[in-house]
Design a protein around this ligand. Structure first.
Ligand code: FES
Length: 106
């Protein structure tokens, strides 16, 4: 199973295995990782699953849909490495992915 590292805004890392086919958000929620609330359950409507993707990984992800772009515009302090973790599906090529949560999601 791909290993994903979630880093809390305070720097605390959580490295966990997430099954292929789950989203990065679902991996966090199922493992009680703090900082990803996912209030809308993954329907791209809340931005409480906002993460900053490590820059070496960012370009390996599939492109954002326009709904994700729109929601990220409303997220807290988005930057060019921002993604909604509910829109990233885990697959073998994402083994080693690193994401960091924004300071507001503590
Ligand atoms: S869980 Fe709501 S936008 Fe991702």
């Amino acid at each position: 199973m791909p290993k994903i590292t979630y880093i809390e805004h305070n720097g605390a890392p959580h490295k966990i295995e997430v099954s292929n086919g789950l989203t990065v958000m679902e991996g966090a929620v199922q493992n009680n990782i703090p900082g990803i609330d996912a209030d809308c359950g993954g329907s791209c409507a809340c931005a409480t699953c906002h993460v900053y993707v490590d820059k070496k990984w960012f370009k390996k992800l599939k492109k954002k849909e326009s709904a994700e772009e729109d929601m990220l515009d409303m997220a807290y302090e988005p930057n060019k490495f921002s993604r909604l973790s509910c829109q990233i599906t885990v697959a073998g090529e994402l083994d080693g992915l690193v994401v960091k949560m924004p300071s507001k999601q503590g």
